[in-house]
Every structure is written in structure tokens, then in C-alpha cells.
Design a protein around this ligand. Structure first.
Ligand code: SDX
Length: 385
């Protein structure tokens, strides 16, 4: 540490924390998390109630407007969300020509950025235009994800059918066949449970970009980059990659203990805010159990439960949203590297809702740094160094 650093009076920085833990950076009406009790509310409604009774489209309205829609408002939103599902020609060309080995999250990030090019209101940061763009973005993400997956497999990219929900059209565009009611409902619940979650890293990114008065496509593109990381949304893919390393002869207790001894993280466990079971994980746990058994993959659920038990005993750490969702996606036949893109397809509703909220009461986000370097060094010309 330099002599200058020693002179810094740390009491000048009472709010400094590596990782900003516990720091309240914004106020919001979008969601509330009780980390001690393991509760989550979207604009006042508890997540269990929404997951059981609502639809993703209704949750989008709730997050954007902070109230539930009436019948005609929901019908109107559903119609627009269907009409806006097509992708512009240049994005389709990109999906057809993108490197097949690219990570789907990277392709999604680029394609969302490209959408700005054809959006007639891309530079308009008024609340009205931003809401219309939020609807368009939410409508188009499923076609990007499914389109790239089909294209990298050498299959034809399918146009949306536009007759039912986002969940339904996504599964149709991905698999090339119309999903049954059960599969549509499972996907819808996945979208509901991933839609919004307070000041998570990607939402913080989104609001920070908004706060410079930059446009919505820039903010959502940045948020996708943030969600991609394995400490955030990328954990769901990492969970499945971990489960796929196991087989019936693996001693799960030794497997987990070995990882902990090597100071490796067990993906899908731990949370900055929840000090107990993540309520979304509780919900997804039941879904994982039912779905895995439907497709004769009970073993995945059983391994998952064994990992949960060891983690509780060894570290007193519970699973988060990304742990059981991985088994749910896998049981639905979805490839592991698509899981985080589906998270993004849901979270775009929360990001855009936060963008709208930030816009309404904006101030530039500009924190300070605790400088640890030298000062007043003497400059030496390069020839003399
Ligand atoms: C999401 O914030 C949100 O809302 C995010 C999210 C959303 O909806 O947007 O909920 C979605 O991102 C869920 C998190 C997905 N990430 C993972 O599953 C990756 C694995 N988990 C972690 O690395 C970790 O738990 C974090 C990143 C989620 C939280 O990190 P923190 O708050 O900085 O905690 P930490 O890393 O400082 O850990 C505290 C202690 C440490 O032990 P000690 O050094 O104190 O002994 O807990 C241990 C950690 O080693 N720990 C783990 C662990 N998570 C925490 N040990 C092993 N495996 C883990 N997964």
C-alpha cells in the first residue's frame, strides 16, 4: 500500500462496500424481496399467487403499470405482443449467418442491439415511446432465441404463429411443433418466476444506462451482458453442466465436499439477499420433481435433492432460482446453453419496467472511487525508463 493510501480517511466513505452489499441505490414500486422470510412480491402481488393464477403477459402489464390490467387492457396488450413478434430482415439475416459456435447469450445481445436500427422510435426516450418499445422488445426476444437455435442446427427459422401466448409461440418456434397445454403452462410459469427481482446486477446495469439518458435498446443490451455472467443468470446453464458431469455411481456427498474444499462455488446456490430458501426455487423444485419424473429423468431431481442436502449441512446455503429451473428446462428438452436466454426473455419485462421508473425520476448514477494509487509521481520520458 502506498504512503498516500495510508493518509486516506476512510470515515469519509461510510457507505463503501465491495459488492455494494446492503446499499440502497434506488427506490422502486416494481418488486419487494424479504430476504429473511423468503418472500417476493411483484408490485404488491406475491410470487406464488402470480405463478399459480397469472400469465406472463399479465405480469408484464403489472410490472410496467404497477397494477393488474382489466380484461380489455389485457386483450389489447396480448394483441400487440402477438403482432410485434416478427423480426426485421437484417436480424433474420444475422441469425442465419452468425457463427454457429457462438454462445446464444452473445447472439441475443447483438440481435437486441440490432433491433434499435429498425425501431422507428429507438432514439425517443419519452415515457410513451419507451413503453411501446418495451412491448416490442418483449415480443421479439423469443423469435431471436428460437431463430438462432434452429439456424445453428441447420434448420429453417420459423415465423411466429401469433395466435397464442409468448410461451406457446416460443416453444413452437424452437421445436417446430405446437406445444401442448402443459408445456405452454410450464414455460409461462418459468417466465413469470424470472420476470423481476429488485436491484439485481442486470437491472442495476439497465438503470445506470437509462440514467445517462441513453435509449432503451442500449440499456437492455447492457443488461443482457450483465445477466450472462455465471454469478448471475448464467448460473442456470452452469448448474446443468454440473449435473451432467454426474452419473449413477457418483458419490454426491464427496462430489460437493470436494468442490467446497477446492473453494469452488456450487452453481445455483447462495444469494445476496435471501438468507433462506428463494421462494422461486421452492416453486421450481416441485415443477422439477414432476417434470423429471414425467420424462423418466427422476435421477436428475434426486441428484439435485442430494446436493441441496449436502449444501445445507456443510454451508447452510439454500438453492436459488437457477438451481431447479435447470432441471425443469432439461426435462422439457431444452439445450443447456439456452437457459440464460430464456431468463433474459422473461427479465426483459423487469428491465424495461425499471427503465420506465428510472426515467420518471432520473438522476445520473455517478458514484465515487476510493483511489489506492500514488499521487504526484515524477514523469520520466519513455527513453529514460
Ligand atoms: C441470480 O440478485 C438477484 O436478484 C439475482 C437473481 C435474479 O433474479 O436476478 O436472483 C438471479 O443471479 C441468482 C444467483 C446465481 N448465481 C449462482 O448460483 C452462482 C453461485 N452463487 C454464488 O457465487 C453466490 O452465492 C452469489 C454470487 C449468488 C452471491 O454472492 P455474494 O453475496 O457476494 O456472497 P459470497 O460469494 O461473498 O459468499 C458468502 C459466503 C462465502 O463463504 P465464506 O467465505 O464467508 O466462508 O458464502 C459462500 C462463499 O464462499 N458461498 C458459497 C456459494 N455461495 C456463497 N459457497 C459455495 N457455493 C456457493 N454457491
Amino acid at each position: 500500500m502506498s504512503s498516500n493510501t495510508k493518509e486516506i480517511d476512510l470515515s469519509q466513505y461510510p457507505y463503501m462496500d465491495k459488492g455494494l452489499e446492503g446499499i440502497v441505490a434506488f427506490s422502486s414500486r416494481k418488486s419487494f424481496i424479504d430476504g429473511q422470510k423468503g418472500e417476493l412480491y411483484y408490485a404488491g402481488y406475491d410470487i406464488d399467487t402470480l405463478a399459480r393464477n397469472s400469465t406472463f403477459e399479465e405480469v408484464c402489464f403489472l410490472l410496467w403499470h404497477e397494477r393488474l390490467p382489466n380484461k380489455s387492457e389485457l386483450d389489447s396488450l396480448n394483441t400487440t405482443l402477438r403482432e410485434e413478434r416478427d423480426l426485421p430482415a437484417e436480424v433474420l439475416t444475422y441469425l442465419r449467418t452468425a457463427n454457429k459456435a457462438s454462445e446464444p447469450m452473445s447472439v441475443l445481445r447483438t440481435a437486441v442491439s440490432m433491433l434499435a436500427d429498425s425501431d422507428p422510435e429507438s432514439a425517443d426516450t419519452s415515457a410513451e415511446a419507451t413503453l411501446r418499445k418495451s412491448v416490442r422488445l418483449t415480443a421479439k426476444l423469443p423469435a431471436i432465441i428460437a431463430g438462432f437455435d434452429r439456424s445453428r442446427e441447420g434448420k429453417e427459422i420459423l415465423a411466429p404463429l401469433k395466435k397464442k401466448s409468448i410461451a406457446y409461440d416460443f416453444l413452437y418456434m424452437l421445436n417446430g411443433e405446437e406445444p401442448g397445454e402443459n408445456a405452454e403452462r410450464v414455460m409461462d410459469v418459468l417466465l413469470i418466476t424470472h420476470a423481476e427481482h429488485g436491484m439485481n446486477a442486470s437491472t442495476f446495469t439497465c438503470r445506470s444506462i437509462c440514467a445517462t439518458m441513453s435509449d432503451l435498446h442500449s440499456a437492455v443490451t447492457g443488461a443482457i451482458g450483465s445477466l450472462k455472467g455465471p454469478l448471475h443468470g448464467g448460473a442456470n446453464t452452469a448448474v446443468m453442466n454440473m449435473l451432467l458431469q454426474l452419473d449413477k455411481d457418483t458419490d454426491i456427498i464427496e462430489f460437493v465436499k470436494g468442490k467446497l474444499e477446492r473453494k469452488e462455488k456450487i452453481m445455483g446456490f447462495g444469494h445476496r439477499v435471501y438468507k433462506t430458501y428463494d421462494p422461486r426455487a421452492k416453486f421450481l423444485r416441485t415443477m422439477a420433481k414432476d417434470l423429471a419424473s414425467e420424462v423418466d429423468m427422476e435421477y436428475l431431481y434426486e441428484w439435485s435433492e442430494s446436493i441441496v442436502k449436502v449444501m445445507k449441512e456443510e454451508k447452510n446455503i439454500d438453492p436459488n432460482v437457477d438451481f431447479f429451473s435447470a432441471t425443469v428446462y432439461y426435462s422439457m428438452g431444452i439445450k443447456p446453453d439456452l437457459y440464460t436466454t430464456i431468463f433474459a426473455m422473461a427479465r426483459v419485462s423487469g428491465w424495461t419496467a425499471h427503465y420506465l421508473e428510472q426515467l420518471a425520476k432520473n438522476r445520473l448514477i455517478r458514484p465515487r472511487l476510493l483511489y489506492l494509487g500514488e499521487r504526484d509521481l515524477e514523469y520520466t520520458p519513455v527513453e529514460s525508463r
